[in-house]
Design a binder for this molecule. Structure first.
Ligand SMILES: [Zn+2]
Length: 246
């Protein structure tokens, strides 16, 4: 994961790595009852265990053809979000943050209260590298209103955010979550009835940082000062409308 993926721009700003494009709309697939080693849950009729599941959890199917069509800046591509979270890639430019001297990752969240990112805070938003964090703050009016950032030493898998299905009807259960995606921990039996669309992690050993100060002290950041995250707070490129599966 050491190479930087192709970059796309709009008005000289990055189109985020995790943004979906109109050519990448999630496929509607019929969900069926599946009996596995751990009991019953949802599955696909034509399921491929390697492609469709991660940590035993069923994932939404979504084409990965970045650059095809128009970018949907308010959305999140489920599988690139997962890729970025799994490999600690910058959510904006896709650059890897691994293998550098400072292995902490920069997480950036929208926040107007001044509350720092806390120990064990949960997030579905991947890290961001320092240059992209600065670009995001300059470009995003929501972040300009208020943000908080932290360098995070340990990022641990927690669960997924997704659509929870009714075991009796195999239809999505209603919920009142803003983006339609319910966060479910890996240890929760409900995970077997969840169609995952985001990888969710917890953040540990967090050191609050001032982005302007980071720039001033010369941390060059490309891959190494990466990181971004958000929990219940909004990330730089968090979806604000549209289908939760985009
Ligand atoms: Zn970046």
């Amino acid at each position: 994961m050491s190479s930087t993926p192709r970059q796309f721009y709009w008005r000289s700003l990055h189109i985020p790595f995790i943004a979906p494009w109109t050519g990448e709309r999630a496929r509607h697939c019929t969900v069926v009852l599946r009996r596995g080693r751990g009991g019953e849950g949802i599955g696909y009729a034509d399921e491929s265990g390697v492609a469709d599941r991660r940590h035993g959890v069923l994932w939404v199917r979504q084409p990965a053809v970045r650059g095809v069509g128009e970018p949907l800046l308010a959305g999140v591509h489920a599988l690139r979000q997962r890729q970025a979270m799994s490999h600690m890639l910058c959510q904006v430019c896709g650059t890897s943050a691994l293998g550098k001297a400072d292995e902490r990752h920069l997480f950036l969240m929208r926040d107007v209260t001044g509350k720092p990112i806390g120990e064990g805070e949960r997030t579905a938003t991947p890290p961001v590298c320092q240059p992209c964090a600065v670009e995001s703050v300059l470009a995003c009016p929501h972040l300009r209103k208020g943000h908080t950032a932290a360098l995070v030493r340990h990022v641990r898998p927690w669960g997924v955010a997704g659509i929870v299905y009714d075991p009796r009807t195999l239809t999505p259960l209603p919920n009142d979550v803003t983006n339609g995606l319910v966060e479910v921990e890996y240890t929760n039996p409900v995970i077997r009835w969840t169609l995952a669309a985001r990888d969710v992690v917890t953040l540990h050993d967090c050191t609050t940082v001032d982005l302007e100060q980071l720039v001033a002290t010369g941390r060059d950041g490309r891959p190494d000062n990466s990181a971004t995250s958000h929990t219940s707070r909004q990330a730089p490129h968090a979806p604000v409308h549209g289908s939760p599966l985009l």
